[in-house]
Structure formats: C-alpha cells, structure tokens
Design a protein. Sequence first.
Length: 385
Amino acid sequence: MSDWIEISIPSLRGKEQKYLQECVETNFVSSVGPFVNKFENLLAKDIGLMENQTVVTSSGSAALQLGLLALGVKPNDLVIVPSYTFIATANAVSHTGAKPWILDTEMQNLTIDPKKLDKELELRTFKQNGFSFHKDTKQKIACIIPVHVFGSPPDIEVIKLIAEKYSIPILLDSACGIGSKYRGKKLGQNKLSGIISFNGNKTITSGSGGVFYSSEQIIVDKVRHLSSTAKCSNKYEHDEIGYNHRMSNIQAALGLAQLEQLEKIVQEKKIIHQNYKNEFNNLKQCNLISDPPWGESSHWLNAILIKKSNSKNIEKLIQKLKSYRIRANYFWKPLHLQKPYKNNLQAKLDSLNDIQERILILPSSPKLNRTDQSKVIEIIKSFFK
C-alpha cells in the first residue's frame, strides 16, 4: 500500500470480494447477470426513484450521451454547458453531433449561474413553434446541463423555472452528486433526468461505470434501448443506430457492494469536510468551497479557492505538500480555454480565466484519518502565515 496521503481513493471494505467471486463462480461476467438488476434497483431506491427508472452504463459519459439522445438532442443543436466542468460534459454533447454553448458559473460554489443563464437566454434567443433558438446562429437550444461541482448541487428549482420559460429540457450532470441533496431532496426526487459516475475516484465506484436516471419512464426506456445496440428482437434486429454502453455484471457487483456502504461513506466525507471548514474558517488567503445555501454537498472532493493576490503560490503549495507525501492538485481547466472548445459559442467568461490557478483539491478519501488530515491542515495553514 502507498504511504502517500491521496486525494481520492476507493473505500473497498464491504462485500466487494464476495460479490466479485460470485460473478466468477457463476460465469456471469458480461452485461447479463443478477448484479446488474440488483444494482439498478438499489440505486433507484437510494436516490428516490422507483424500480426500472435507472439504467447502469459503461461510464458516466456514456450515460450523459444516451440521456441527451433520449431527450431529443440532434446534430447541430445547441446544448448549454457551464464552462467550469470536466471536459467529458462537453464531449458527450459533441458525440451527439450537437454543439456546446458555454455559459458562466457563480463564484461561490462554481455551479451554473441562474441569473447569467436567464440574461443570456433573454438577450441571445427567440422562440418559435414552442422552441428556443439562438438569434445569430438560428440553432435550436436543445438542452441545459447543470453540473454538480465537487458534489454540490446547482440551484435546481431556479434553473427549472428558467428552462420552462424558454422551453428547454434539463439533464443533470450529477456525476459526483450521489449523496447530495437539493432543499432536502435526493437526486431522483427533483423530477429531472440525470446521470451519476462511478469512476474509480468517485464517492462510490464500480471501477468504471455510470447510471442514467429519470422519473419519466419513456426516457428511461429509450436510454436502455440505445445502450443495448437498439436490439429489438432475439433475431438480432435493430431498429436504429444504438450503442454498446452497457455495464458488466462484474462492475455492477463492485458497485452494489459500494452502494451498500454509501451512507457511511458520505457521513465520513462530511466529517472530513467539517474538519477542513473548522480549521480554514479564519484563513484570509483562501476559501473552502462548502455547502450551497440551497442544498447539501456530497463532499466528493474538498477544494480551496485561493484569492487572486495569492494565486501564484499554488504550485509552491502543491510542491510543499508533495514533499510531505501528500497529494494535492490543480483541477478542471474551464471549457472555454480548452483547445476543442475555445471557438465555441460562449458568454463573456473572463471571471473564469484564472480559476485553474486558484483551485486546489485536497485529500478527501473517506478513510482519511484525523492524524493525516491534521497534517494536511497544518502544512496549508503554515504556508499561508
């Protein structure tokens, strides 16, 4: 085992080995097997949905792409994406043939800014035949993708009102949102479609994988159909172009064992976050990204936002922590600065131009012990003295 204090590693301490052994012994190792259904059903229950309202997939990105297609996104449509997100959000849009329209975030929690979203839509769009179109490009606005950042929910109800005003569907990129709540509601209780990622560094993991969820059964059924190569009979008939985006029984077995521990893992992450919050509360050089006023974060990752006057010190701080065998790192580069998307349609995003030089991701693994966390805290506090 590594003696490094890592940023985010899985907590494999439940029935992972037992379930994986069962997969091997029964030969259910592909996308057919009992753990797929068990994982889907327990996921649905955990996020506040009914059975058959979740579809597990090979990745969170695959779930996002399938969700966009099921919501009717077509080539050359526009899909609104916040600039501060992992590039996979925009890539999923591009894989449908649509184009990301990159908008701004609020600076407190770094989720999409509803006020700026509303203003941009008011200034840049027109309605025709029940849909919204961009005034300059005449492209249809086919979807809005709000993102859970570090596990914090965006202001969903406000965004829903804006989306309804302009007749635009919403697909939540809650890749790191499992365990979060918006005004006391779990992910599935918000009456929106969305996705969760189970990548190796997420709150719970299936190694690689994701899930699409929705309370609208017709959309769920469409995603399930597309994820299975759009096969419609045992004679290998396919009624449209589908995808092989299914999750394997092995992945689902690992995911199920993890999901059974979710409540404990989230509670551990909340304690870790509270420790950081208590210790960094009086630091003037940076702010800890914490729960938004409208909800509870899952605290997938803990991050400090370093003030502009101190931003040049971030590399020195990373190296100092590294000298003590502590991992800490930069995070996402905004979409509007990424080579594939820098020429895309976008709002004025100057406030995010230096964000990557100001965000530092801290050790957040659920089994991070108090002694190791105290070590991280003391080094950061001494650095800013």
